[in-house]
Design a protein around this ligand. Structure first.
Ligand code: AKG
Ligand code: FE2
Length: 212
């Protein structure tokens, strides 16, 4: 089996069995290196405070999350390479697990020292069109003690910590968006990632999918 197929196969199996998958160093090296270069190229001012809206919302928001984000697009070749890779994963997972994934959107996220993301769900049961969450970490030299771990909680008991993932270079986390509450504990060093979501088609007569 080619390396990429082995990776997709292991993600599909883990999702089927437990609803999440953690893979380390399985993404093609050229791809993670290109994405790392890209993130280095982007200036601090390319990133925007995540989810800002009106002032009141902004204040509420900053108690929940502190990261800055920038959405990926098709104009940059490394960003396009990641979107293409995720499109391949989408096709694979639809074939294997019949998930009906329709589109994928993702953003770079930058957590400065002290930044966090409190416990949350990425989608709410019933209204959800976010089905599957992916997070790729781009931190060479991440050390134990640098904080910034992702904690995934038990889907059945939200106080029960299921696992802690260090945001080490090339680690890819995938989980069912409606099932698993999760949080990012305060980072003590600059922490970079790409967070993304596969969605169902939620087009209707008045709105074409995908909006953001
Ligand atoms: O960066 C992470 O580990 C998770 C980020 C996250 O939960 C989100 O952006 O919704
Ligand atoms: Fe999340």
């Amino acid at each position: 089996m080619p390396a990429t197929e082995t990776l997709f196969d292991s993600i599909a199996n883990a999702l089927y069995e437990q609803g999440y998958a953690i893979t380390t160093q399985a993404i093609p090296d050229a791809l993670t290196q290109a994405l790392y270069q890209r993130i280095q190229q982007l200036q601090d001012d390319d990133f925007r405070q995540a989810g800002t809206g009106r002032q009141q919302e902004h204040q509420l928001n900053s108690r929940i999350r502190r990261d800055k984000i920038r959405w990926l697009g098709n104009t940059d070749s490394s960003e396009k390479a990641w979107l293409d890779f995720m499109a391949e994963l989408q096709t694979y997972l639809n074939r294997r697990l019949f998930l009906g994934l329709f589109s994928y959107e993702c953003h770079f996220a930058y957590y400065q020292p002290g930044d966090f993301y409190r416990k949350h769900l990425d989608a709410f049961r019933g209204q959800a069109n976010r089905i599957l969450t992916t997070v790729l970490y781009l931190n060479p030299g991440w050390q134990p003690g640098d904080g910034g771990e992702l904690i995934i909680y038990n889907a059945e008991n939200q106080d029960d910590e299921l696992l802690r993932v260090a945001p080490t270079f090339g680690t890819l986390v995938t989980f069912l968006s409606e099932e698993f509450p999760h949080e990012v504990v305060p980072a003590l060093n600059d922490r970079y990632s790409i967070a993304g979501w596969f969605r169902l088609n939620s087009s209707n007569a008045n709105r074409a999918d995908p909006p953001r």
